[in-house]
Every structure is written in structure tokens, then in C-alpha cells.
Design a binder for this molecule. Structure first.
Ligand SMILES: O=C(O)[C@H](O)[C@@H](O)[C@H](O)[C@H](O)CO
Ligand SMILES: [Mg+2]
Length: 390
């Protein structure tokens, strides 16, 4: 028996200079009756307080249950939570707990999580860099920093060149975005993948204009060209452009993912283990993606526990493109939190072979950054923007 004795959300805080939404990290600590401890990670963007309280609510269903019974626990939550997974807060709370249960299960068998999931298809996971362009608004800054990212060993990088455009884009802003993309392409050459992040901020007309202007720079994909819920916008974008579409970081349910896949609206799906249902939900989307011949690139922007879990998932994902990585662009304490085990070389990181998710949370670092949960002040530059680029 592996009875769960305690589940607690743990908020960590330090002003993260570039990934502002990630100044907070929300870990979920799961303790079993026989003293084992494991962590999961939830989404910290803006709604820190509601996520914190959702974890406490969802936890009440899991304490006293056996951590081996992950699927029965998901089903029981689905039965209890009348609004099911449509609540972002409960989906991210469930996801974080799910991660920790899988870690406990794998550790108990003394096996790396990827072994429990069927065995590694790859020992090294290709990554792409994000979060590297803080403070950049002009082409020279983007180009200079892009060169540094490639020198660090990355051969793919993502960036949002749209400064403070929202819904529509002016001819001047489009011209500036093109100058930034052209400068990055020129700086990195044509053997590095460039990925264009839109943050779902445009309507379909603006997104289509952007696609037509940027196609000549051969971006590998265009991420969230329109808002996540703008299905008609995705359909219009699909019918008027040839560029690959990436989306999925805001999916909170597998059935939601199916809608985009079934309609052929996505070429690289980006589930996030912190809100798609943890390891369990990620595996289901990964299987669907394989069936629809769609690549997978786990969204991975929040913290080191998520990073470790998604490296394990990436090791077993049949149609993996690359794993997102802010890892080298976070504050050092986030890497220290898990003993700083990941190092990029030739565009990839090694898959750890230790038990569970392959890393252990350093409780001393955790204690140093513990904070009270609190509301996040909305500012002119929204929290989801890489600092200083709005
Ligand atoms: O692709 C990404 O990594 C995301 O879009 C980030 O850039 C967001 O800002 C973050 O996920 C907000 O929660
Ligand atoms: Mg994104």
C-alpha cells in the first residue's frame, strides 16, 4: 500500500528578470505514509492565488488514497468536479499531483519514469531556446543575443518579435517584426530552426498578413498565431497560409486537443504537462498526435520540476520535434533547485537515468525561496511577455 498522507502547494518567488510569469513557481509536494516525498509543478501565470487554493481543494480528494492508483484518482476527480477539467485551475492542480504520483511510482520500482512509460526512444532530447531575448526591441539586440544562444550550443530558438501589437498589426509594426526576424535569420544562418511566437495575440487577418511577410525566412513553425479559443481564426489561417502551426500550451483537456487535431489545425502540438493532466494527460495527447501524424513539442516554461518531467516524456514521445527550454535563461536558483543536471550540447540534453523523474528537489533551496501566495499586479507589459520586449 502507498497511502498518500499529505499534499501541499508550495509557492516559490524571486523576480525572474526575463520570464516574468515564472517569477513565481508553484510546486506541489506529495508525502506518503511511509515517508516518501515527490513534487509536481503547476502553472504560475497571473492566477497564483486561485491555483494555490485549487491545489488545496483537489488535494482533499487524493489524501488517503493509494498513490499507485493514478487513473482511478483522475476518474474520481472527474466524477467529483462537476465542471470537470474545463477549470484551468483544477486542471493544473490535478496535473501537478499527477506528476508527483508518477515520480513516486517510478522511484518505488527503482526505475526512471521513461522505463515505466515503455522505454526511451531517444537518450538525448533535442531542445529549442526561449526566454533569451529579454530587453530586446530592436533587430540588433535580437541578432546579438541569438548569436550568443547558438554559441551556447542551441540549434533552434523561439522568439516573439511583435513588441506591443495586439489583435491587429500596423504596417510599421509588421515592418519592424520583419526586420527583427530577418536579423535573427541572418545572425544564425539557415541551419538553425527559428520559431515565431505570437502568444495568440492576433486576429486572423493580422496573423495571415504576418505569415505572408515572414514566409521568406522559413520559420519552422508559427506558434499561436491567433488566440487559443479562436477556432474560426485557426481555420481561416489554415486556409490562407502554408506555414506550420504550433499550438497547445493552453490546452486543459485531451478532448480539447482532439478538436484541433481532427480538424488538421495544428502541425506541432504543444501540450503542457502542468495543465494537460500531468504525465497521464501528456501521454494521451502524444498518442493522439502520432495517430494524426502531428509532431509534439511540450510547452515548458515554468520551472525545473516541469522540465525534468517533460524530458522524461520527450524520451518516449514517438513524434517529438523538440522540447522547449528556458533552462539556461532562468535565474540560477531554479537550476540549483534540482541540482543543475541538464546541459545543452549540439542542441540536445541527456535523459537522466536515475529513478523517477531523474532529479531530486533540493529542500534547502526550496526553503530559501518559499513565499506566501499573492495576487499578481497586471502591468502595461502583460505578465506573459518576455520582459522589456512589449
Ligand atoms: O511558448 C511559451 O513558452 C509561452 O507562450 C510563454 O512565452 C508564455 O509567456 C508563458 O507560457 C505564460 O504562461
Ligand atoms: Mg507560447
Amino acid at each position: 500500500m502507498g497511502e498518500i498522507s499529505e499534499i501541499e502547494p508550495v509557492v516559490l518567488y524571486e523576480q525572474d528578470i526575463d520570464a516574468r510569469w515564472a517569477s513565481f513557481s508553484i510546486l506541489v509536494r506529495v508525502v506518503t505514509k511511509n515517508g516518501a516525498v515527490a513534487y509536481g509543478e503547476a502553472v504560475p501565470t497571473l492566477r497564483v492565488l486561485p491555483v494555490y487554493s485549487a491545489v488545496k481543494q483537489v488535494a482533499r480528494l487524493f489524501v488517503g488514497r493509494d498513490y499507485h492508483d493514478v487513473l482511478p484518482a483522475h476518474r474520481e476527480w472527474y466524477r467529483q468536479d462537476f465542471f470537470a477539467s474545463r477549470s484551468f485551475e483544477s486542471a493544473t492542480a490535478l496535473s501537478a499531483i499527477d506528476m508527483a504520483l508518477w515520480d513516486l511510482k517510478a522511484r518505488e520500482f527503482g526505475a526512471p519514469l521513461h522505463d515505466l512509460l515503455g522505454g526511451a526512444l531517444r537518450r538525448r532530447v533535442r531542445v529549442y531556446a526561449n526566454g533569451w531575448y529579454g530587453g530586446c526591441r530592436d533587430p540588433e539586440c535580437f541578432a546579438e543575443k541569438a548569436r550568443r544562444v547558438v554559441a551556447m550550443g542551441y540549434d533552434a530558438l523561439k522568439f516573439d518579435p511583435f513588441t506591443d501589437s495586439f489583435i491587429s498589426i500596423t504596417p510599421q509594426a509588421l515592418k519592424k517584426a520583419e526586420a527583427i526576424v530577418a536579423a535573427v535569420r541572418d545572425a544564425v544562418g539557415d541551419e538553425v530552426d527559428i520559431l515565431i511566437e505570437h502568444h495568440g495575440r492576433f486576429d486572423a487577418n493580422a496573423a495571415v498578413d504576418i505569415a505572408k511577410r515572414l514566409e521568406k525566412y522559413s520559420p519552422y513553425f508559427m506558434e499561436e498565431p491567433v488566440h487559443h479559443e479562436d477556432i474560426e481564426g485557426y481555420r481561416k489561417y489554415r486556409s490562407l497560409t502554408r506555414l506550420r502551426v504550433a499550438m497547445g500550451e493552453r490546452l486543459i483537456g485531451v478532448k480539447e486537443a482532439l478538436q484541433y487535431l481532427r480538424e488538421g489545425l495544428v502541425d506541432v502540438i504543444q501540450p503542457d504537462a502542468c495543465n494537460i493532466g500531468g504525465v497521464t494527460g501528456s501521454l494521451k495527447v502524444s498518442t493522439l498526435a502520432e495517430a494524426f501524424s502531428v509532431e509534439v513539442s511540450y510547452h515548458n516554461a515554468y520551472g525545473p520540476v516541469q522540465f525534468a518531467v517533460e524530458v522524461q516524456l520527450s524520451a518516449v514521445t514517438p513524434t517529438l520535434y523538440r522540447l522547449e527550454s528556458f533552462y539556461d535563461f532562468w535565474p540560477q536558483w531554479k537550476r540549483d533547485l534540482i541540482g543543475d543536471p541538464f546541459h545543452v550540447s549540439e542542441g540536445a540534453v541527456e535523459v537522466p537515468r536515475g529513478p523517477g523523474i531523474g532529479v531530486t528537489v533540493n529542500e534547502k533551496v526550496l526553503e530559501r525561496y518559499k513565499a506566501e501566495p499573492r495576487e499578481v499586479e497586471p502591468t502595461e507589459e502583460p505578465v506573459w511577455v518576455v520582459r522589456g520586449t512589449w
